[in-house]
Design a protein around this ligand. Structure first.
Ligand code: GLA
Length: 376
């Protein structure tokens, strides 16, 4: 990938700067960022790159190496009403949410597979945000940029995501997972070193995308909000399991189950940090698997492909495994002994073939750094 050269060929001039931002996997804390919970994601090595040049007029010209490299043209005054191709909306949304008043040329390129549940959208938004923040000296903090890029996705693109993906893409640190309090965005970097314990985190992209994804996500959010309202708390974060159990008969059964996932998942994250810091990988693995069961049975956001990846990994000796991200497809993770990597991958591949599912893809990634300026 040579994004500088590509940019110069496309726009006829060199970019002012190149920035990048990573995708993520979430170790634990799924579907609780929008319930003000705690999450524990890490930034993966795969990144999205953004080459940017400021113009002297109001024109906006954007392109991506991921699709036919046509330039999508707009202008600052048209930003609000723009309905460009889907990929362009993630870029324009960031310009809009940052309140940018000058024209720009932007080319993006990405190593983060899209549709794999590894946050290619957040990587794209954050690569653009960090470039603009730096070059235009906007002085926004990483926390502010997380809220701004989330707003771009919620209000401009129209996806009701939480704050986790943008936060980790901006704040990730090599060798660490990020314990993020999704209420106030306070953070603690937690050392993650599976390698020196002969362990590996295998990422399995199931290549499944189920149609439920969009509506299903919004529906889960609404169900949690409705429980919070019914029980007079601000969010699931403020509910204990005891309080929820006591109120069970006042709630529709499905909403009770959604809330039970949220409440138990929040405690699993805090427990996971404790055991991780004590190098207790066996209990850490158990927590991953319990998280999956809760997402599958109480939150109903798994799917046959994710369940098969998780079950097969566990049968082949994984210490723990779970789906990651929004669900209904996308990726799963499995904590395995490094020596078992080939065996587990092969086992999952064969199990998928037997069930007639598309062939899965495997990645492994050490925790990498968050968004940064690459070069001027
Ligand atoms: C998607 C959203 C995140 C989060 C996860 C589920 O990745 O973008 O905000 O809600 O799903 O944990």
């Amino acid at each position: 990938m040579n994004i500088r050269e590509d940019f110069a060929k496309l726009f006829g001039l060199n970019p002012d700067l190149v920035s990048s931002a990573p995708g993520r996997v979430n170790l634990i804390g799924e579907h609780i960022d929008y319930s003000d919970g705690f999450v524990l994601p890490f930034a993966i090595q795969a990144r999205t790159y953004c080459a940017l040049r400021i113009r002297s007029d109001e024109r906006i010209r954007v392109a991506t190496n991921q699709h036919k490299r046509d330039i999508f043209e707009s202008s600052i005054s048209e930003l609000k009403t723009q309905t460009g191709p889907v990929w362009s909306r993630y870029i324009l949304g960031v310009l809009w949410a940052l309140g940018i008043k000058v024209g720009v040329e932007i080319l993006v390129d990405s190593e983060v597979p899209s549709g794999a549940g590894l946050s290619s959208s957040a990587a794209l938004e954050c690569s653009v945000a960090i470039a603009l923040n730096h070059h235009l000296e906007l002085g926004r903090s990483l926390t502010e940029l997380a809220r701004i890029t989330q707003r771009a996705e919620n209000e401009y693109v129209g996806v009701p995501c939480g704050i986790m993906d943008q936060s980790i893409s901006l704040m990730g640190r090599a060798g660490h997972a990020l314990l993020l309090d999704c209420r106030d965005l306070s953070t603690r970097q937690i050392k993650v070193d599976f390698e020196s314990h002969d362990l590996k985190l295998l990422i399995v992209d199931t290549r499944a995308h189920h149609a439920l994804a969009d509506g299903g996500y919004a529906e889960r959010r609404a169900q949690c909000e409705s429980v919070a309202k019914a029980l007079g708390v601000r969010a699931m974060r403020d509910l204990s399991l005891g309080e929820l159990e006591a109120a069970r008969t006042r709630l529709p059964d499905v909403n009770y189950k959604r809330a039970r996932h949220a409440v138990t998942e929040i405690s699993r994250v805090l427990e996971a940090v404790k055991v991780l810091e004590a190098d207790d990988f066996s209990n850490f693995g158990d927590l991953l698997t319990k998280s999956h069961q809760s997402l599958r049975d109480d939150y109903n956001v798994s799917c046959p492909e994710l369940d098969l990846a998780v079950d097969t990994a566990l049968n082949l000796g994984a210490l723990g495994a779970r789906m990651v991200g929004g669900g209904f497809g996308g990726s799963a993770i499995a904590l395995i002994r490094s020596d078992d990597a080939a065996k587990v991958a092969l086992g999952i591949e064969q199990a998928f073939e037997k069930r007639g599912f598309s062939s899965p893809r495997f990645f492994d990634s050490l925790p990498g750094d968050g968004a940064r300026v690459e070069s001027y």
